[in-house]
Design a protein around this ligand. Structure first.
Ligand code: SF4
Length: 575
């Protein structure tokens, strides 16, 4: 089957299936979403207006048996940052979209009438259907109702109330293989989907399959690749304790932002750690290991049960647990899990919203440590769209402005996640220079700063940090284009068989002769495309900065500040 572009115009309520332009053919995932957004979206447009476009693309290897290749990329101009945005997630959408022969869905325009719609994609095309029953409903009810409406195995992408209200922290949720949710969380893409009045999208590949040019070579390369992933000790740690294994590690390093970024260590870290979570899951009969899509060999996800041994949440990630835990001083894992479930249901980014909650605590909205209060505000204020709920749902920057605060941890208006840049300086360079606002996944220097993967760069000194962040941001942009989960990076950095095997799979899939250098060039060109979009949108080097307090308030226990000059940060772009 030859891949096609499926285009939807919500202004005219029409759809079309188009050939893939030659200049897009070598792209997938983030490379494709960013290329399309840069080519078709006016950088100065309003992110919630008719000129913005929502682009959904599987990775280059999605839909194949390649291990860990099921990430879906979603892109647009972000309502949170005003920059170009790509957010990727697991779930079943990437694999089924690829099997349906879809290179990308491009959704443009906004409806003239105040009606809601759903989209249904099959290999034959995409249809627009009016939707009434599920409007105003949370994501879990959407999935439950669609289970009875849909035939066969179909993927679902959906927005909750946050997306309907076009809150800047709204996410797009993707059904996982067990009916749980994964989130395309950052940057408010759920608000863009809501602006186009689309409540959900279903994908039915029928009996579609992805063509492989050289199946034997592909299988052989995948064996080598999967073995490299499984053998890496960090993959094994992720499979046992989930990403939450990082709470104790980052606390020990003094880089666990606590009490709205006023300390790097949290007294309650043991209570919310991966080790405690692991034991609690075993005691209550949840699942310690779980995959967000078929074919994952690392399985960092899990299913967390409540005290009554009933499923509370899944895909319970370190960054979400840190944000609701240490940053808000909540040391009760059950409160954090409940808040995680509520945010998944509302369809709102757990990092942005919880950091916003920490800022709101500093503003006196509720006490630090009040986990029950966090759950109440989410349910009673954010989900219902009260004035306070909308301020929090528009992110940490909005809360800081509403309450007149200066300790507001955002870059390009996106909340800084779970690693303090004063104690782990490489990640500060990533936050400052990322084309998409503060985002650890754009260039995860924690690997080398803290976990000693790919060498070691001292987290407390400036030396080597810009180069480290640059190399990782380039590599990440390329990995994000393949549909691979970012956790392949640990094996890729340490095991010399891993990256060549990945390149071999790309060559075997498309009958190409790519080399490792081509992959680096791809990553560089994606970053440059994204930066050019941002420049045209009005961003300058002055936006590549951390908030002032990181330069002036020393962070205990190391009592260090972020001390890079503007000129030093600017050298990031020397490539
Ligand atoms: S390692 Fe975790 S995030 Fe990556 S594919 Fe597996 S379950 Fe998903």
């Amino acid at each position: 089957m030859t891949d096609k572009i499926f285009r939807v115009n919500m202004s005219t309520l029409t759809t079309s299936v188009e050939e893939v332009p030659a200049e897009w053919a070598g792209h997938g995932g983030r490379g494709l979403t960013s290329t399309i957004v840069a080519a078709e979206v006016n950088p100065t447009c309003h992110p919630l207006g008719s000129a913005n476009k929502l682009v959904i693309a599987p990775g280059l290897l999605s839909g194949t048996v390649a291990a860990n290749s099921g990430r879906i990329s979603i892109g647009a101009k972000s309502p949170l940052t005003g920059t170009i945005k790509e957010s990727n997630a697991g779930g079943t959408a990437a694999q089924l979209l690829a099997r349906a022969g879809c290179k990308a869905i491009i959704i443009e325009g906004v409806p003239g009438e105040d009606k809601w719609y759903s989209l249904a994609l099959t290999p034959e095309g995409i249809t627009i259907n009016e939707e009434t029953e599920l409007i105003g409903k949370g994501n879990f009810e959407v999935l439950s109702v669609l289970d009875s409406r849909l035939e066969g195995k179909q993927a679902v992408l959906t927005i909750g109330q946050a997306g309907e209200m076009r809150l800047a922290a709204a996410n797009i949720s993707i059904k996982d293989p067990d009916g749980g949710l994964r989130s395309s969380g950052r940057g408010g893409l759920g608000a863009v989907m809501g602006s186009k009045k689309i409540k959900f999208i279903t994908i039915d590949p029928k009996d579609g399959k992805v063509a492989i040019a050289d199946p034997d070579k592909f299988k052989q390369a995948n064996r080598v690749f999967a073995k490299a992933l499984v053998d890496h000790p960090i993959s094994q740690g992720l499979g046992q304790y989930g990403t939450n294994v990082l709470v104790n590690i980052i606390n020990e390093a003094g880089g666990l932002p606590t009490r709205n970024f006023t300390s790097g260590q949290f007294d309650g870290h043991e209570a919310i750690s991966g080790e405690t979570m692991h034991d609690t899951i075993l005691e209550r009969g949840g699942k310690v290991k779980h995959n967000c899509h078929a074919g994952c060999v690392i399985q960092c996800s899990q299913v967390y049960h409540d005290a009554k041994k009933e499923k509370l949440t899944s895909g319970f990630e370190y960054e979400s647990i840190w944000a609701m835990g240490a940053d808000c001083c909540v040391d009760n894992l059950d409160h954090i899990a409940e808040a995680d479930r509520i945010m998944d249901d509302i369809g709102i980014d757990t990092i942005e919203t919880s950091v916003a909650m920490g800022v709101a605590m500093e503003g006196g909205v509720l006490e630090f440590g009040d986990g029950a209060g966090v759950c109440r505000i989410l349910k009673e204020e954010v989900a219902s769209g009260s004035a306070l709920g909308r301020i929090i749902g528009n992110g940490a920057g909005a809360v800081g402005r509403a309450f007149g605060l200066t300790r507001v941890p955002v870059v390009k208006n996106q909340a800084i996640p779970a690693y303090d840049p004063r104690a782990i300086k490489g990640i500060g360079i990533t936050y400052a220079t990322s084309t998409q606002g503060a985002d650890h996944t754009m260039g995860y220097t924690i690997a080398t700063n803290i976990l000693n993967v790919g060498g070691n760069v001292d987290p407390l000194t400036k030396e080597g940090q810009v180069e480290l962040s640059r190399n990782l941001q380039v590599a990440t942009a390329a990995i994000d284009s393949t549909g691979m989960c970012l956790f392949i990076a640990f094996a890729a950095l340490d095991n010399e068989t891993c990256l060549p095997a990945l390149v071999d799979m790309l060559n075997a899939r498309f009958d190409l002769n790519l080399t490792g250098d081509d992959v680096v060039s791809l990553g560089q060109s994606i970053l440059k495309t994204e930066r050019a979009f941002n420049s045209a949108a009005g961003f300058t080097a002055a936006d590549d900065r951390l908030p002032e307090f990181f330069y002036t308030e020393p962070l205990p226990p190391h009592n260090t500040v972020f001390d890079f000059s503007d000129e030093e940060i600017a050298t990031f772009w020397d490539f």
